[in-house]
Structure formats: C-alpha cells, structure tokens
Ligand binder design. Sequence first.
Ligand code: AVJ
Length: 348
Amino acid sequence: MSTQHFGAWKNKLRSTNRSPWPLGVEMIVQAPSQKLTSEFAAELRAGLSKNGQRELPSKYLYDEVGSELFEAICLLPEYGLTRADSRLLQRHAEEMMSRMPTPTHVAELGSGSGKKTRMILEALSKRQRTFYYPIEISPAALAACEKELGQLDFVSLVGYEKPYLEGLRAVAARREAGEHVCVLFLGSTIGNFDRPAADDFLRQVRAVLEPGDSLLLGADLEKDVSLQVAAYDDPAGVTAAFNLNLLGRVNRELGGNFQLRDFHHLALWNEEERRIEMHLQATRRQHIEIPGASFYFRMEEGETIWTESSHKYSPDEPAQMARRAGFRQIAQWIDDLWPFAQNLWIVD
Ligand code: AVJ
C-alpha cells in the first residue's frame, strides 16, 4: 500500500470514528459490567483523592492488555519469580499433594493463566477426580485459565468471576461432607497486601476453611536489592508498560484524559517496609479529568500515583504468618536459583 493510499484510508476511518480513543480499541477491550465499572470508579476516587500519597489499587492492573503484559513480564530474564514458582511446583507437586486427604478439591485465588496449576491438578488427579475452582476478577485471565485447564479430562473446572473471599465462600458452600479444599495462592500475590492486611486476609481465608483443609502459599523472598529492583524495572520497559496501562485503562473505561507519555514508571525498594513499590510519576504539572468517575484533579510535576506494592519475605516469615492466621505450616520448599518459597499450611 502506498503512503498516499494509507493516508486516505486513515482519514476516511478517522472521520467515522467518534470514540475518544484510537480506532479499534473498543473491539479488543471487553466492556466491563455496570457493577464492576462503578466499583472501579469508587475505588479510583478514594485512592486518587488521598491527601499526601495518591494511590490506585493494583488489582486494576489486570485488564485484557494488563494480563497479557503480565504474561510477558513472567518471561523476562530479570523477573525470576514466576520461573522459581513453577520450578518448585514442577519438582514438588507430587509430594505436596500426597499430603492431602482424599478427596481434596482445589480453589485458586487469582488463577492467572493457569499454567502453574496444571502440575497440581495432574498430581491430585492420579488418585481422584478433581474439581478445580479458579477465582479471578479479571475475565481475561479467567478465560485464559479455562482455555489452558478446561480440557483436562480428569478435572472439572468451575470458574468464579468474583473477589477472592466471595469466591472462596461460594466454593465452601458447595462442599459435601468429607470433601476437603486446598487453596492455592501462588506467585506471591500475597505480597500485594501490606503486612497487617495480609494477616487479616489470611485470617478471613482460614475462617472459611475446616480441619483437613490446606493453603499453598507462594512467597517471594528478600534478595539482593539491585536484583529485586531490576525485576520491577526491566530495561525493555515491559513492566513500565504494564504500570502505565493502568492509566490507559482509566482512559478507556472511565473516559479519563491521562497522557501516558507524561508519566514515568518508578520501581523503588522501601527498606523499612521490605517491599518494592511501583509508582507513576508525573513529568509535568497536569489537569486530569475522569468523567466516568466524576473526578477531576491536578497533579504537580514530580508527584506520583502509587500503583502496587510487592512485599518480600524472610524465609521464616511464612511460618509465623501461618500461626497468626490460625494455620500450621507443615512444609516449605525454597528454589535454589531465585529465592522464592512454597509454603504448605494446614488447618488442624
Ligand atoms: C503477580 C502480584 C506477584 O508483585 O511481583 C510484576 C505483579 N508487578 N511486575 C508482583 C508484578 C510488576 C506481581 N504479582
């Protein structure tokens, strides 16, 4: 196609494109439900109107684009976390599942694409027919998981597009006498919670469970700070794109006017809290309008929006967290290449 033709074609399309964003975007982004949109708007208003540090909840990073960018992050050489998680499951899933009573069904908090879970389901299914309940608020991630694991013929998959605890309660409500539940919380997603909030969340998970049930918790461990920072600030800019896409999502779903080019991705190690923080820093003063959330504000040059925390743990920390939440840690496996732990907790 010659440049001239291309130009003419583009102009023709542009004149019929009445949406505020580039052509074609509507087709690739699923319209979220009314309820989810108003929750997004409410949480966005609450986070962005904070005095001092503005914030956006990290769970909103995972729309269709964000979920794909996260899959790409998992392939980056600097982000060893997912490979360590997978290696441990690969090596020890049999042993882990051999410790479960029969029958044990699997509920996974934040299924992601489902790739890691296959090893657990295969190990369990050697001795029983297994129900698998992925619980995931991202429809894109849930669909990917159903595609990856829905075909296993020894597994019945029932997905819940719900927040973690709501989904878990729905799973528990289905349980019949003598059936046990193993909750998977992999990939160090627990790290997105502040330490007190993690305790509180794990206690709420425990409250849904019964003796003989279990929780397999993946936790990324503290390591050399430069390695830790590089994992969240890769030179190819994939993590930056993942972070910036959150503003893109606000623009698409709530009609915001964030200029993504006027923000800079930051990954900082907070020594006191022992966590990586991702921020988006305004590189110039700007007026932000988000009509879908009826929210308007000004950002000063250098000001940041805090978008995610990824807490890092000492090797002993998971066992202490287990105790505080009413579990008992019965085993821990640590990867030998990338400090990361799988922690197996049971309810006595
Ligand atoms: C999926 C929440 C575990 O915190 O390491 C990756 C998300 N953020 N790179 C993490 C993430 C930036 C990831 N978790």
